[in-house]
Design a protein around this ligand. Structure first.
Ligand code: GLU
Length: 537
């Protein structure tokens, strides 16, 4: 529906955008809403929309409302609402009012507000800005066919075509009543005025205009008694006293209808300010990021994992991939916004303070997964060791590692400088929890000289003899040993590292020794030297 709207709407954007940046919000009663449809997992673009709403509300001491737009029952997916709340909670951007939270405008689930929408639609019929349309699907098909035969392949139900349709605008009042009394199926449509330009000021894009000849007479109430998105959205934004609508660019084409609806209801004076956020683009910049791009580019595009019946509809989440929510929030904030300074690292509070709608860009923002990883590294480095230990404990336990909090905290301290994802802390450090399982035999074969084994055994004895097993002391002791024997660090250190970790990567050699302790270090060195001999011989 949205895609087809794009096809026939040309949006006229005024290049002289006089209002941008000059808008001063009323600080006392800012109210914004996030209004997702529970049609599946919440895409990361939806989380960004929620985040910008949250930041704007917090910045101005306002209220952030969560409304569930579930009037399209055919697309309703069980579990989606819970997913939305859990995703917002994980990101730390919980609404302060709305579905699952409560507030003065309950219910916040649109399927529970049907009566309200019907009343409002009837008000529009009564004031002449909407009408009953009784056309059957067959009659609509016939009208479309006739238009096509006359060369018009884009039939629209509009100011011109409605003249020939079965509507309360054309039928007599008695006939309309008869049809209603007989329980005939009908929809209620918006009566879009003829030959007018509808204009509004978008806080990001400036003045946006639609000509009404491009707008169809949107259905407001469907024949099943459910409102369409357009009606429910406007009625609720009004009743819930929303002051600012901040949503994705895909809703820009609908806004012409929305402006007409505010006018039809006589609510123009309290119409919210609109801000349409830029698209999130694929990493290669080629088009809009879609839910399928996650699998294609090997990255999550959802905040949390989502398990569906089929693998194609199941998705990985940022959380399960080992991202910290603070990193995801910081990354998302910069997808379409920047503070206008060099600063890239912002806490949520910092974002609330720095955020402003004027600094949101109009052009699409590339979803750069490398940047997301960079953010996660920054946040992993900055997170307290004990907190990291708390976060990775379930992962460590799943691997069967039985260690104290103190030990796990030390592992996190040693590993966090090299980790990109949370699980790296335990997945790349198996040798700190048990024996070395995998040796980098290629490197060993290149470096190990069996004739040096007695020297390394003497070094192991020297290490064993240390009364203090602190890294600094061990370092001094090993350096002293090397100096005495005329050994170069390049001959000794890689072998110690390979002995303790099996790999050339990993934390500092002396830090590892300190963590493992005297007995385990010495035992490990002895075992490794035998293994090295076996590889080389
Ligand atoms: N229910 C719409 C959605 O799923 C809300 C659009 C809006 O914010 O107006 O995105």
């Amino acid at each position: 529906m949205v895609a087809s709207a794009y096809q026939f709407l040309s949006i006229l954007i005024n290049p002289h955008q006089p209002q941008i940046g000059s808008y001063q919000p009323n600080m006392s009663n800012i109210r914004v809403r996030f209004a997702p449809s529970p049609t599946g997992a919440l895409h990361i673009g939806g989380v960004r929309t929620a985040l910008y709403n949250y930041l704007f509300a917090k910045k101005h001491g306002g209220t952030f409302v969560l409304r569930i737009e579930d009037t399209d029952q055919g697309r309703y997916v069980p579990g989606a609402e819970e997913y939305i709340l859990e995703a917002l909670r994980w990101c730390g951007i919980m609404p302060s009012e709305g579905q699952g939270i409560g507030g003065p405008h309950t219910p916040y689930r649109q399927s529970e507000r049907k009566v309200i929408y019907m009343q409002h639609a009837l008000n529009l019929v009564a004031n002449g800005t909407a009408y009953y349309a009784f056309d059957t699907p067959e009659e609509l098909e016939a009208a479309r066919g006739a238009a096509a035969a006359a060369g018009n392949h884009n039939f629209k139900y509009d100011a011109i075509s409605r003249k020939a349709m079965k509507t309360s605008l054309n039928l007599t009042a008695d006939e309309v009543q008869r049809r209603l009394d007989a329980g005939e199926h009908y929809v209620i449509r918006l009566k879009v005025p003829e030959n007018e330009t509808v204009t509004f000021t978008d806080l990001i894009r400036g003045e946006v205009s639609f000509h009404t000849s491009e707008l169809d007479d949107k259905v407001l109430m469907k024949s099943d008694g459910m409102p369409t998105y357009h009606l429910a959205n406007i009625v609720d934004d009004h009743l819930m006293e929303i002051t600012h609508v901040i949503r994705g660019e895909e809703w820009l084409p609908s806004t012409g209808h929305h402006v007409l609806l505010y006018r039809a209801f006589g609510w123009e004076a309290t119409k919210p300010q609109f801000s349409h956020l830029p698209l999130i683009l694929r990493p290669d910049g080629k088009g809009k990021l879609s839910k399928r791009d996650g699998a294609k580019f090997g990255m999550p595009v959802f905040p949390l994992s989502w398990k569906a019946d089929t693998p194609e509809d199941s998705f990985d989440g940022f959380r399960e991939s080992g991202f910290l929510p603070e990193a995801v929030v910081n990354f998302l904030a910069f997808l379409g916004w920047n503070p206008g300074t060099e600063q890239e690292i912002f806490s949520l509070d910092g974002l609330c303070e720095a955020f402003s709608i004027e600094k949101i860009s109009k052009s699409g923002a590339r979803f750069d997964f490398e940047k997301a990883k960079w953010y996660n590294q920054q946040y992993l480095h900055a997170t307290d060791d004990a907190e990291l230990a708390r976060l990775v404990r379930p992962l460590a336990e799943a691997k069967g590692y039985q260690v104290t909090n103190e030990y796990l905290t030390k592992v996190c301290h040693l590993m966090k400088g090299r980790a990109t994802f949370l699980p790296d802390l335990v997945e790349q450090s198996s040798y700190l929890f048990g024996d070395v399982q995998v040796f980098d035999n290629e490197n060993i074969a290149k470096r190990w000289k069996p004739e040096s084994r007695p020297v390394f055994e003497a070094l192991a004895d020297h290490v064993k003899a240390q009364s203090s097993f602190e890294a600094a002391n061990l370092e001094a002791a090993v350096k002293e040993f090397m100096a005495e024997r005329g050994l170069k660090p390049g001959e000794v250190m890689p072998m110690l590292r390979l002995s303790l970790a099996g790999t050339m990567q990993g934390p500092g050699v002396f830090e590892m020794m300190e963590l493992l302790g005297n007995d385990r270090t010495v035992e490990r060195l002895a075992m490794a030297f035998s293994h090295f001999d076996a590889i080389v011989k």
